[in-house]
Structures are given as structure tokens and as C-alpha cells.
Design a protein around this ligand. Structure first.
Ligand SMILES: Cc1cc2nc3c(=O)[nH]c(=O)nc-3n(C[C@H](O)[C@H](O)[C@H](O)COP(=O)(O)OP(=O)(O)OC[C@H]3O[C@@H](n4cnc5c(N)ncnc54)[C@H](O)[C@@H]3O)c2cc1C
Length: 438
């Protein structure tokens, strides 16, 4: 009899993975360290505990998160089924009664005849043991140390210091110019030039904007000295940013033929250059404040933020370096990874990664080719981004329409365009299911 597959971590990704493996007929041992060892954010011993908001975000197909949920429903996701059973009124969003949701998942997993739940901390995995690793953003220190040893320290991160990401199509391209500093290399940056008046207004708004209460303790904050929030740098003096991340040296604005007073640089976030991040803008500002203040940057007045800047504790691995598109580690052992640990962000994104890793470990064990989702689907777009992102600047990502291949036809209006991408995704998914899963 083949040995049971281990799943490490009974969070969102681990619960979904365990369910998919067991439902397909294979024995699973699901290790969850709570309540013996707790994390700084979980408060119960339930599996699939939602650590913060009870919202699984938008439910409509004009929203990329709504599309991802619909794909998971069509793939018989356990967590989507329980979310449906435990939902509470939340307008266009899918929100759940968090207690009933976690309880529902825990009961289903506990009652599954092929899943054995062991409440213990995993600190290492034996060499030939097939396992899905889904220990989440708050992976225990001992297991983190083991993973670091397996991969090399440089590919395992403890913190997320993400600058906001905007879509290229929402930029006001007049006034923005493409150039690299001193004209070196390809003109890969988009540069947003300030005059003195614009800069002063921006700076005044930045230093008075409201910030989040940070989740980080004092020791963790010290860790960040080399990676200051933009508002903290700005508070040191009016010119600090102009001599730091907003320095204009080596950049000439073609519209004026001069060096601007200050410059915000936008760096491509993906190979298709549909998404750009604001270089040096890691921040603790509240999301609404980020939208208000950063839209004062020339060229960003209508910017669509697909992700706001955050700085919080978050363990994740360098997936573009370490994993393949099936979510298996490239290092030659039957280890698959899922959830926030691979650099997806959010409850539903983590669940989707759990589904994929669960199905693929089973296929790998059975000698079948892996399921590689087409990029036109939300699951495929997300995993493709994570695996093909630039190794050097890898940062977590949530699902958004900027990750999908462009439509062949031009469609006017954002909602209509999003809906067309969603319709294409669902048709592609249905074909994929027929071709690979039936
Ligand atoms: C403070 C905080 C707030 C957040 N708020 C939100 C939010 O509002 N909305 C949102 O979409 N996302 C939020 N996130 C992100 C959220 O954590 C993920 O979306 C989601 O929980 C990740 O799912 P996961 O399965 O990867 O990890 P988790 O759900 O965290 O599950 C991992 C599990 O592994 C267990 N574990 C860890 N190490 C071991 C070990 N060595 N052995 C055995 N078990 C282990 C943990 O106890 C945990 O149960 C937040 C994250 C944090 C840290």
C-alpha cells in the first residue's frame, strides 16, 4: 500500500489540499501544530481559521477574486462549499461566519475516512516522504529553519515589504517618460517627474497621512531599518526623499529637456508590463490614504491600485527559483508547496494553491503528468505569475486582472472588459476540466 501523503499545516491551503488528495482515494496525514503551538495571529484550534477579516472579497465575475472563487466552485473546492453554507450578508462580497466556517471545515476533515489529523509541529520531513507544505505566513520557527537549510537562507523570507502596484493602462502617460538612470540599459522604468510645487503638495500630504497600526514588534521593526516605509523617510525632512528613492539625478525629462525636481520611478512587475510597482514606496499608510496621496504623483491621478503597499510579518519562499508550475519543489524530492508560503496572498488565493498542490502531488505519485492551468484562467494566471516572476524582486501577489493575457479584441469600459476576461476564463476552465480531469 502506498504511504500516506503528509500535509503540513491545517490552514486554508492545507485543508483544501488534504481534502482533494483524500477524496481521490489516497490516505492523508494532516499535521497541524495548534493548539499545542500557537501562531501570533490564530486564536482557536480549528482548521482553516480566518486570521483577520471574515471577508473572502468580491463575489461577482467582474472582479478577479470573484472569478477565482467561481473557478474553485467548479472544481469542487471544499472551502468554497463550506463558505457557501456559512455565508453572511455582505453586499457584493462573500463573507462568512468565521466560527461556523472554520468549524465546518474542521468537521468535514475530521470525519473524512482517509484523513488522519495529528496535532503536532512538523520540524522536518523524511527524505522520501511525499508532502504538501502549507504552513503559511506564520510557519513555526523550527520548521522555517529546516526549510531555510533545504533551500538556502536567501530563498526564504520572513517579511513582506511591498510597494503598491498599479496597472499600466490606468496611468496617465502624458508627462510620464520611459528611461533608465543615466540612460544605462533598456529604458525599463517609467518616470513620473515632479516640479517643486507638485512635490511640496505631495510631501505635505504624505507626512500627514494616516498609517496602520503595525503588526510588528519592536525587534521586528529594527529588522526593517534597511527598508524604511516611505512616510517615515519623508518625515525626516522635506528633501530626504529627493535624495533617496525620489532622486532625479541621471534622468532628463524629454518634455522640458531638464532634470526634474524629483522623480517617482515605476518598475515593471511582470514580463508583460501590464503592472508596475512604485519603487521605494513600501508603506504602512492606510489603503484609502495610499490611494489619495499616491494619486498626487504626476501621471497617477487615475491610477488603479491592484495591490496596496504593506509591511508585515509573512514567511514566503522564492517560488520562481524553487518551484515548477505544478508547485513541486525543483530540488528532486516529492515536496509540493501551497498557500501563502509560495507567495500568493489572500484566503482564496491560498485555497486555490492548496487545490493545485493537492491534485498534483497525487498525480506525481501516480506517475501522471501534472495539471498546469492555462493562463487564461484565474488559477493559471496567478500560478504563472508566481512561478515566472523575476527571481530578484519576487514579492507576494493576489489575483487581479493585470495577470491575465490580454483579450484579442478591444473592449471599451473596465467592467465589460473584466467580464470578457472572466467569460474567457470559465470557458477555458470548462475545456480544461473535460480534457484533463474527466
Ligand atoms: C496578521 C495577518 C492578517 C491577515 N489578514 C488577512 C485578511 O484579512 N484577508 C486575507 O485574505 N488574508 C489575510 N492574511 C493572509 C492569510 O494568512 C492568508 O490569506 C491565509 O490564511 C493563508 O493560508 P495558508 O493556508 O497559507 O496559511 P494559514 O491559514 O496560516 O495556515 C497555516 C497553518 O499551518 C500551521 N503551522 C505552521 N507551522 C507549522 C508546523 N511546523 N507544523 C504544523 N503546523 C504548522 C499553522 O498553525 C496554521 O494553522 C493575513 C495574514 C496575517 C499574518
Amino acid at each position: 500500500m502506498p504511504k500516506p501523503i503528509w500535509v503540513v499545516g491545517g490552514g486554508l491551503a492545507g485543508s483544501e489540499a488534504a481534502w482533494q488528495i483524500a477524496n481521490a482515494g489516497r490516505e492523508v496525514i494532516l499535521y497541524e501544530m495548534r493548539p499545542l503551538r500557537n501562531t501570533p495571529a490564530h486564536t482557536s484550534s480549528f482548521l482553516a481559521e480566518l486570521v483577520c477579516s471574515n471577508s473572502l472579497k468580491a463575489n461577482n465575475l467582474e472582479n478577479a477574486s470573484g472569478l477565482l472563487k467561481e473557478e474553485l466552485r467548479r472544481l469542487d473546492s471544499l472551502l468554497m462549499a463550506v463558505a457557501e453554507e456559512t455565508k453572511v450578508p455582505a453586499g457584493g462580497a462573500l463573507a462568512v461566519d468565521r466560527q461556523r466556517f472554520a468549524q465546518g471545515v474542521t468537521t468535514r476533515i475530521n470525519q473524512h475516512p482517509r484523513i488522519k489529523v495529528i496535532r503536532a509541529e512538523v520540524t522536518s520531513i523524511p527524505p522520501d516522504q511525499p508532502a504538501v507544505i502549507a504552513s503559511g505566513p506564520l510557519t513555526s520557527p523550527l520548521f522555517s529553519a529546516w526549510l531555510q537549510e533545504l533551500f538556502g537562507e536567501e530563498y526564504f523570507y520572513f517579511y513582506d515589504a511591498v510597494a503598491p502596484i498599479v496597472t499600466r493602462e490606468s496611468l496617465d502617460r502624458e508627462g510620464i517618460f520611459a528611461a533608465s538612470r543615466y540612460g544605462r540599459g533598456e529604458a525599463e522604468y517609467l518616470n513620473c517627474p515632479f516640479n517643486e510645487e507638485e512635490y511640496t503638495r505631495f510631501w505635505e500630504n504624505l507626512v500627514t497621512a494616516e498609517t496602520h497600526q503595525s503588526h510588528l514588534g519592536a525587534a521586528e521593526k529594527r529588522y526593517f531599518e534597511g527598508c524604511m516605509p516611505v512616510e517615515v523617510l519623508a518625515a525626516r525632512g522635506k528633501d530626504t526623499l529627493r535624495f533617496g528613492p525620489l532622486k532625479p539625478v541621471g534622468l532628463i525629462d524629454p518634455a522640458t529637456g531638464k532634470q526634474p525636481y524629483a522623480v517617482v520611478q515605476l518598475r515593471p512587475e511582470n514580463k508583460e508590463r501590464t503592472l508596475y510597482n512604485l519603487v521605494g514606496f513600501q508603506t504602512n499608510l492606510r489603503w484609502g490614504e495610499q490611494a489619495r496621496v499616491f494619486r498626487l504623483i504626476p501621471g497617477l491621478s487615475r491610477a488603479e491600485f491592484v495591490r496596496y503597499g504593506v509591511m508585515h510579518r509573512n514567511s514566503f519562499i522564492n517560488s520562481p527559483k524553487l518551484l515548477d508550475l505544478s508547485l513541486q519543489w525543483k530540488g528532486g524530492r516529492p515536496l509540493f508547496f501551497a498557500g501563502q508560503l509560495i507567495g500568493v496572498e489572500g484566503y482564496v488565493e491560498s485555497t486555490a494553491a492548496g487545490w493545485v498542490a493537492g491534485k498534483n502531488i497525487l498525480r506525481q505519485q501516480e506517475g501522471k503528468p501534472p495539471l498546469i492551468f492555462p493562463r487564461e484562467t484565474a488559477i493559471g494566471a496567478l500560478i504563472n505569475h508566481i512561478i515566472n516572476a523575476e527571481i530578484r524582486h519576487f514579492q507576494p501577489m493576489n489575483i487581479n486582472f493585470g495577470l491575465f493575457p490580454p483579450l484579442k479584441e478591444k473592449i471599451k469600459g473596465k467592467l465589460k472588459k473584466n467580464r470578457a476576461i472572466a467569460d474567457r476564463a470559465l470557458i477555458t476552465l470548462e475545456n480544461f476540466i473535460v480534457e484533463t480531469l474527466n
